[in-house]
Design a protein around this ligand. Structure first.
Ligand SMILES: Nc1ncnc2c1ncn2[C@@H]1O[C@H](COP(=O)(O)OP(=O)(O)OP(=O)(O)O)[C@@H](O)[C@H]1O
Ligand code: SF4
Ligand SMILES: [Mg+2]
Length: 329
């Protein structure tokens, strides 16, 4: 079956910001392959700065990759006409990392939620009148727990959690096939994280959405994601069914992220949802396996590019992942 979304060998670089960079570019995505099928949910997990939002921007067509392809229903985004791209954009709902970005500070929240319906009025199968757009926006806001009084407020008059919910309502306004949520939980406290996760799950099931959920916390995505891809320094280092990866992580980086699991206090767990050691600098990525300076299992061989280990639906980019589960412990 053709995946709804497929990324093939995606490479993205940016001009280096440092003085004396001499026109150098930093490669922030280093050949990412991912697939997401209709109705499935995929969590993209990794620590701050590993390239998650860059990947989101690339798959939405907001930045062009240096090489590689983004395929939507099997078709290369780069080869689509402007009109075809517009249709694809209408099929992708996004909650950006900062929910404030998608809510116009000068407008009542319901208007921001209705805006995609206006912007895509020529693309939608059934165009809606202004009144119908307002009704849909109010109904969506009610669905995420924001009543008409809150819907009439400006975004500044809402709490962070309420803004996050309004951004979610906006993202699903056009009934997209894919919902991309970039760190929808990071600005929320633990109680609201559960509420927003529940809403994402409810929306995914009731609207038959595919979901790409970006998070820096591996443990938080359990229960909502079918599959997980773990990113390190711009590359996917492990992927597989979420339950299997959480049960027995293969890559040493995933194992380090899972260390957070053992801490009962959720606030400490958040603090520890990062592997020990310094995050990599894209300007000076180590030779071979980029994780080797932090890896407790590193050997001299790790200074060479690691091979991909594959076993059924699971993959890990590590030369010391063993086929024998007993040897992994
Ligand atoms: N437009 C840009 N120009 C130059 N560098 C950029 C640009 N956008 C991102 N980067 C760099 O690319 C790297 C990855 O950034 P990105 O925002 O994708 O990380 P992230 O995984 O989403 O991090 P976080 O979890 O903090 O949101 C960072 O080093 C960042 O500074
Ligand atoms: S290839 Fe080596 S350094 Fe990289 S994760 Fe595996 S054991 Fe660690
Ligand atoms: Mg980000």
């Amino acid at each position: 079956m053709i995946p709804l979304l497929r990324l093939e060998g995606l490479v993205v670089s940016f001009p280096a910001r440092r003085a004396r960079a001499g026109g150098k570019r930093l490669t922030v995505l280093r050949g990412v392959d991912l697939s997401l099928h209709r109705g499935r949910s995929l969590a993209l997990v990794g620590e701050s700065g590993c390239g998650k939002s860059t990947l989101v921007r690339a798959l939405l067509g907001l930045i062009s990759p240096d090489c590689g392809r983004v395929l939507w229903r099997g078709r290369d985004l780069a080869a689509l006409t402007r009109q075809e791209r517009r249709v694809v954009r209408c099929e992708m709902g996004v909650v950006f990392q900062d929910p404030g970005c998608s809510l116009d500070p000068t407008l009542p929240v319901w208007r921001s939620v209705a805006e995609p319906l206006r912007a895509h009025r020529r693309t939608l199968a059934a165009p809606m009148s202004g009144r119908a757009r307002e009704r849909r926006a109010i109904a969506l806001l009610a669905r995420v727990g924001l009543d008409e009084t809150l819907a009439a407020r400006r975004p500044q008059a809402l709490s962070g959690g309420e803004r996050q919910r309004a951004a979610l309502a906006r993202a699903v306004a056009t009934l997209p096939a894919l919902l991309v949520a970039d760190e929808p939980l990071s600005a929320l406290d633990a109680s609201f994280q559960g509420v927003v996760l529940g809403l994402l799950h409810e929306m995914q099931c009731s609207l038959s959405l595919s979901l790409l959920l970006v998070s820096h916390d591996l443990v938080l995505v359990e229960g909502i994601a079918d599959d997980v891809a773990v990113m390190y320094a711009g590359a996917v280092v492990e992927r597989g069914p979420c339950a299997a990866v959480l049960e027995s992580p293969l890559h040493p980086y995933t194992q380090a992220l899972m260390g957070a699991r053992l801490v009962p206090d959720p606030r400490r767990r958040m603090a520890l949802a990062r592997a020990p050691g310094e995050p990599p600098d894209f300007a000076r990525l180590p030779q071979g396996c980029a994780y080797h300076p932090r890896c407790p299992r590193a050997t001299a061989d790790c200074r060479r590019e690691p091979p991909v280990y594959r076993d059924g639906a699971r993959e890990a980019l590590c030369r010391h992942v063993s086929l024998d589960p007993l040897e992994r412990s």
